[in-house]
Write a protein that binds this ligand. Structure first.
Ligand SMILES: NC(=O)c1ccc[n+]([C@@H]2O[C@H](COP(=O)([O-])OP(=O)(O)OC[C@H]3O[C@@H](n4cnc5c(N)ncnc54)[C@H](OP(=O)(O)O)[C@@H]3O)[C@@H](O)[C@H]2O)c1
Length: 209
């Protein structure tokens, strides 16, 4: 599949590498496609990756991954025509000092994304763990869990497959408004990692009887 990733930082580059290894074609939307960091990333991935402006990335594919800092998301989305695109929102709507979430309870970052990206099919995922776990989601031989929520049932099949392609156990968590739960859940991972001393090398896993 063709996948456009807006942002080529920790999360964007990690997801892009992993999907390219699975045979997907990646287009990174970045501010400076000719800088050393971006060129190194493209060379590292090889044939299945390219980079350009956000507009070029959005034109490349119907699947758009938002891997940008929360604060820049409205500006990027409002400048684009995203109708009918599948958007996978990996952001956490963090306050600028990363101490908590900017919104919640009666809406969510993902629902704001759906308002800004008019007509798009928006999904929340990948926000509940660190980027190192996206590079390797396997612990003790078993996939760790990744929740996905969104309203469009046909597009959700594609998103769940892409989450599985990264190596996660993809869990359908329900409609987009479930992001009101999934975003604080992401904040829980951040809190445990940075405030409670668990560090970054752990993840949530589903066990069943
Ligand atoms: N880090 C994690 O483990 C993790 C896990 C789950 C979810 N998330 C979420 O994923 C998102 C990305 O996190 P990250 O760790 O990948 O961040 P990051 O490494 O800082 O990368 C952010 C990317 O956004 C670009 N960017 C920054 N400001 C921009 C602007 N004004 N306009 C356009 N592009 C801009 C950066 O480009 P430049 O290189 O040009 O600055 C970079 O490519 C965040 O919302 C975060 O909350 C992060």
């Amino acid at each position: 599949m063709k996948i456009s990733i807006l942002g080529a930082g920790n999360v964007g580059s990690t997801l892009g590498k992993s999907w390219a290894n699975k045979g997907h074609e990646i287009f990174f939307g970045v501010r400076h496609s000719d800088d050393e960091k971006t060129q190194d990333l493209i060379k590292d991935i090889g044939n299945n990756a390219q980079a350009g402006t956000n507009s070029e990335a959005i034109a490349f594919s119907n699947i758009i991954v938002l891997a940008l800092p929360w604060q820049v998301v409205p500006k990027v989305l409002e400048a684009a025509d995203l109708s009918d695109k599948i958007i996978i929102d990996v952001t956490n709507p963090l306050t600028p000092d990363f101490s908590g979430l900017e919104i919640g309870f009666n809406t969510s970052g993902a629902e704001k994304v759906a308002q800004w990206a008019k007509g798009a099919k928006v999904f929340k995922s990948f926000n509940q763990t660190g980027w190192e776990n996206m590079a390797n989601p396997i612990y003790e031989g078993k996939s760790t869990a990744m929740l996905v929520c969104g309203d469009d049932e046909a597009a959700k099949k594609t998103v769940l497959q892409l989450v599985s392609d990264i190596g996660f156990e993809a869990i359908d968590a329900g409609k987009l408004e479930v992001a009101r739960l999934i975003e604080p859940f992401g904040m829980t991972w951040i809190h445990l990692a940075f405030k409670q001393g668990l560090g970054r090398d752990w993840a949530f896993q589903i066990v069943r009887r």
